[in-house]
Design a protein around this ligand. Structure first.
Ligand code: 5AD
Ligand code: SF4
Length: 437
């Protein structure tokens, strides 16, 4: 019996898929190389913009074909789009056997049983399942052996007016610190060197528990023997305080990299988005980060064309990009999401203009990214070698999350090595290994 999982969306979805693979493994399933060989196909969906929505529907159209060869194969849909519009999907694609929401994953064994017996298995709870932590008991099946995602908080209490996440993922629920540390201990014993703490809003960790906060979590994780690197995503600018930044700087394992979404540069738009900070306040946090962690690589998310955004507003975003000099920017056109507060606001710019704004912004950032990469020329950097790529080269990442290719023997895979950078490309660095550590 084989399974195939197609994952859309963010790290939370990737981690959920790893858990589902773990559940299926426990049930005796093996991973399929190709979906055509699978007995169970799961589509883990994203709903953050309209495009991912459409991609899900076209993937389902493809997977439907399996029913011709294997009429008993089970097709399941889960994740954020399933949570938001599971019943609609079922109507549009009646060949689907199983639909479940983001907090019902631990019920996969039961749902699968039901689907296999020929019934439609549907579980989309509006309320958060208080037993969702049972999910933690299952192992994860990870593609990357040396770096692992660990979910520390689920959901989001912020009310950004464009965002569907509070609907699809519910309110903030932090995992107990003991459970998190136990999972990390297990991962380290399994060979993991880099721990990537994830959540929609990790900097809010502990607020709902009351007796612990995010920087205390960072300190506790750093104390786990064998954890060589720590990353976390995503932090909210409002919750990132000076104490946290100081702890990030002080803990040697915390990598010099941070993704801090600004979304827009104009104060008027930030307010309409209900982000809870002004451009000045955001830039102050950036200043603190650069002060305490001089080599930090910063990245951000940007939405272009929020309702009411004028060209002057947009230029404020461009100004911030030029000023901060991010290593990477993820920019998207605004996409109205049904049920969000901004969904009813009329679009004020035409789509062609917005495409041009977005393109110009991406081009400006391309040059900045390249300029940032050029700073690595002739430098020696620490790289965690993760795998051998198709060309037979070792591939890994710097602490600042830059992709590095080096020549070397396969024994280096899984090791942290010093690499002297000799060539800088737009999307990667190349170099030679100096020695292992
Ligand atoms: N339209 C466009 N982009 C969005 N994002 C979230 N909601 C929307 C939306 N309605 C972007 C934000 C967020 C990233 C994950 O997706 O920039 O940080
Ligand atoms: Fe997409 Fe947001 Fe869901 Fe992640 S949490 S899969 S980004 S909608």
């Amino acid at each position: 019996m084989k399974y195939y999982i197609r994952t859309f969306g963010c790290q939370m979805n990737v981690n959920d898929s790893e858990k589902m693979a773990g559940i299926l493994k426990t049930l005796g399933y093996q991973p399929a190389e190709d979906w055509k060989e699978a007995d169970v196909i799961l589509v883990n969906t994203c709903s953050v913009r309209e495009k991912p929505d459409q991609k899900v529907l076209s993937a389902l159209g493809e997977f439907k074909k399996i029913k011709k060869e294997k009429p008993n194969a089970v097709i399941g849909v889960c994740g954020c789009l399933a949570q938001r519009a599971g019943y609609e999907i079922l109507q549009k694609a009646p060949f689907i056997d199983m639909v479940f929401g983001t907090t019902n994953i631990h019920h996969l064994p039961k749902l699968l049983e039901e689907a296999k017996s020929g019934n439609k298995a549907v579980e989309i709870l509006e309320e958060i399942d208080e037993n969702e932590n049972l999910l933690d008991q299952f192992p994860t099946v990870r593609e990357n052996k040396y770096t692992a995602f660990v979910t520390v908080i689920r959901g989001c209490d912020k009310k950004c007016t464009y965002c569907i996440v509070p609907t699809t993922r519910g309110k903030e629920r932090s995992r107990r610190i003991g459970d998190i540390l136990r999972e990390i201990q297990f991962l380290v014993e399994d060979g993991v060197k880099e721990i990537h703490l994830i959540g929609q809003n990790v900097t809010a960790y502990g607020k709902d528990l009351g007796d612990v906060n995010f920087w205390e979590l960072l300190e506790a994780v750093a104390q786990v023997e064998g954890v060589k690197r720590i990353r976390f995503t995503t932090g909210h600018p409002r919750d990132l305080d000076e104490d946290t930044i100081k702890v990030m700087a002080d803990l040697p394992q915390v990598c010099e990299a941070l993704h801090l979404p600004i979304q827009a540069g104009s104060d008027r738009i930030l307010q309409a988005m209900d982000r809870g900070y002004t451009q000045k306040e955001y830039l102050y946090k950036i200043e603190l980060l650069k002060k305490y962690i001089p080599d930090i690589a910063l990245s951000t998310d940007i939405i272009v064309g929020f309702p009411g955004e004028t060209y002057q507003d947009y230029l404020e975003t461009v100004k911030v990009i030029k000023e901060v000099e991010y290593d990477q920017v993820f920019a998207f056109k605004y996409s109205p999401r049904p049920g969000t507060p901004a969904a009813d606001l009329p679009m004020t710019e035409n789509p062609e203009t917005l495409s041009k704004w977005l393109n110009d912004l991406i081009n400006i950032q391309k040059d900045i990214t390249f300029k940032k990469n050029l700073q690595y020329e002739e430098k020696t950097v620490e790289v965690l070698i993760e795998e051998i790529n198709e060309e037979g080269k070792l591939t890994g990442r710097t602490r600042t999350n830059k992709l590095v290719h080096v020549e070397g023997s396969p024994e280096y895979v899984g090791q942290i090595v010093d690499v002297k950078i000799e060539k800088v490309n737009r999307f990667s660095l190349e170099g030679k290994i100096n020695g292992g550590i």
